[in-house]
Design a protein around this ligand. Structure first.
Ligand SMILES: [Mn+2]
Length: 426
C-alpha cells in the first residue's frame, strides 16, 4: 500500500483574497485551511506536509489560533500525522500555537534553524522527512550549507521554505543545484505562491504554491499536492484544485468590434472559452476574477472604452455557484485606418508607414522595408551577442533573427507609430 501525502504551504491564515467585488466568508484563508483538513480526512491521507507561512505575520494571533487548533485536533482524531516547517511569516508563532505535547501527531521540523530528519511509517511503508525552519524573520544565507544527510533506501522528502536562485534574497537564498546534490527524492518548498510546474525528472523540486489564491498575481490553478509514494522510484505527484478564488487574465482582440453588441459578444465568448478550457478545475472555485486586456486596431478607441464600461457593469452576475467578476480592464488599442491604400499614396510620414505596412501584409518589398529589415537584423544580432544577455541563453531567450520575425516586429512598430501619428492629427 502506498503512503499518501498531502502537501501545501503559504496558506497565510489571517488573510483573504483581494480584488473581489463583495466580501464573502470563503475568501478568508482560514476556511481553506479547514477544507484542507477535511480533504485530508475524507481522502484518507496518511500525512499532511506544511512548508511554512501557514500563519500570516500581520494577523498571526487573533485569527489563526482557533482554526489551527481545531484543524490539528481533527487531524489527530483521524490519525493523520503533520510535518511542519516554519517560514519567514510564522517563525515565532508556530511554536506557540502548536503545543506538541498536546498533539503527538504534529512534528515541527528543524526548529531554530537546525536541520532535522524523522522517519514515518504507514501501510507497512517507511519514508523520511527532512526539514529546516526559519529561526528568525530574515535568513540571508543558504540553509543547505548546514545540511548533511546520508543516502538511504527510504523515500526521502525535503521540506524547505526558501527562494531559489536569487542570491541576494532575505528569505533563504538557495541554489537549485545545491538542492539536487543531497540524497532527497522530492523537495517540497514554500515561499513562492505560484505553484511550479511539476517536472518529469527526479528528484522533484517543487513549490506546491498557496492552496488559496490571494491576489491577481496568483493566477490559474491553486491547490495542494497529492503525493503517492509507492516506492523510492515510484512517486506520483498531482495538484488538487482547492482554491475558492481563481484569477485569470484574458487578452482579447477587439479589432472587429464595430459596435457595443459585438464587443459584448467578443468579451463573453472569451470568458466562456476560459471557463470551458478550465472546467475540470473549477469545481471548488466560487469566485472567478478576470483581468481583461483589450487590444487591437480600432478607428474609435474612445468608443471601445465607453462600451466596455457598460459591459463591465452588466457583467458581474452570478450563475450557479460561480461568481464572475472583472477586477481590471486595460486597453492597448491603436486607431485603425479606414483606407490604407489611399494613405499609402501620400508622401507624408504616415503615407510611408502605410506603404510599409501594406508591403509586409502583401509579402512585397520596398526600399524602406529592406532598409528597416537590415537595421533590425543588425540590432537583434548585437543584442544576442551582448554579454549582458548571455545568462538568459539557456532559456531560449535569444531573438530569432530571420525575415519573418523582423517583419512582424516592424509591422507592429509601424502600426503603433501610425496610430500615434493619426491620433495627433485629430
Ligand atoms: Mn515566505
Amino acid at each position: 500500500m502506498p503512503v499518501k501525502i498531502l502537501a501545501t504551504g503559504d496558506i497565510h491564515i489571517g488573510k483573504k483574497s483581494a480584488g473581489l467585488p463583495a466580501e464573502t466568508e470563503e475568501i478568508a484563508t482560514k476556511h481553506t485551511w479547514m477544507r484542507l483538513v477535511d480533504l485530508a480526512i475524507e481522502n484518507q491521507f496518511d500525512v499532511l506536509l506544511l512548508t511554512g507561512d501557514i500563519v500570516d505575520r500581520d494577523n498571526r494571533y487573533f485569527e489563526a489560533i482557533g482554526p489551527l487548533q481545531t484543524g490539528f485536533s481533527k487531524l489527530k482524531t483521524a490519525g493523520i500525522a503533520v510535518f511542519i516547517i516554519a517560514g519567514n511569516h510564522d517563525f515565532d508563532v508556530l511554536k506557540q500555537v502548536v503545543n506538541t505535547s498536546e498533539y503527538d501527531n504534529i512534528h515541527i521540523l528543524g526548529a531554530n534553524g537546525n536541520w532535522e530528519i524523522k522517519s514515518f511509517s504507514a501501510n507497512e511503508e517507511e519514508v523520511r522527512f527532512v526539514g529546516w525552519s526559519f529561526p528568525e524573520r530574515y535568513m540571508h544565507t543558504d540553509p543547505l550549507e548546514q545540511l548533511n544527510i546520508k543516502d538511504s533506501e527510504l523515500p526521502t522528502f525535503g521540506l524547505l521554505h526558501a527562494e531559489l536562485d536569487t542570491p541576494d534574497s532575505r528569505y533563504a537564498p538557495v541554489k537549485t543545484e545545491n538542492l539536487l546534490s543531497h540524497p532527497v527524492d522530492a523537495w517540497i518548498l514554500g515561499h513562492i505562491h505560484k505553484p511550479s510546474t511539476i517536472p518529469e525528472h527526479q528528484p522533484f523540486v517543487l513549490y506546491p504554491g498557496s492552496p488559496h489564491a490571494l491576489s491577481a498575481k496568483e493566477q490559474g490553478k491553486h491547490g495542494p499536492l497529492q503525493i503517492t509514494v509507492e516506492s523510492k522510484n515510484n512517486i506520483r505527484i498531482e495538484q488538487i484544485p482547492l482554491s475558492p478564488v481563481r484569477y485569470e487574465t484574458l487578452n482579447i482582440d477587439i479589432s472587429d468590434a464595430r459596435d457595443e453588441e459585438i464587443l459584448r459578444k467578443v468579451v463573453t465568448d472569451n470568458i466562456n472559452r476560459c471557463r470551458e478550457q478550465n472546467k475540470t478545475e473549477l469545481g471548488e472555485v466560487r469566485h472567478l476574477v478576470f483581468d481583461i486586456m483589450l487590444y487591437g486596431e480600432h478607428p474609435a478607441s474612445k468608443d471601445i472604452e465607453k462600451w466596455m464600461a457598460t459591459i463591465r457593469d452588466d457583467f458581474s452576475r452570478s450563475d450557479d455557484e460561480l461568481n464572475l467578476s472583472v477586477r481590471k480592464v486595460a486597453f492597448d488599442i491603436r486607431p485603425g485606418v479606414e483606407n490604407m491604400e489611399e494613405l499609402a499614396k501620400e508622401s507624408s510620414p504616415a503615407g510611408l508607414l502605410a506603404e510599409t505596412i501594406l508591403a509586409i501584409q502583401n509579402g512585397q518589398s520596398t526600399p524602406l522595408l529592406n532598409e528597416l529589415l537590415k537595421k533590425w537584423k543588425a540590432g537583434a544580432e548585437r543584442i544576442n551577442n551582448s554579454p549582458v544577455y548571455q545568462n538568459l541563453k539557456w532559456n531560449d531567450r535569444t531573438i530569432n533573427v530571420n525575415d519573418q520575425t523582423g517583419k512582424k516586429e516592424i509591422l507592429n512598430q509601424c502600426k503603433r507609430l501610425l496610430g500615434e501619428l493619426l491620433n495627433q492629427k485629430s
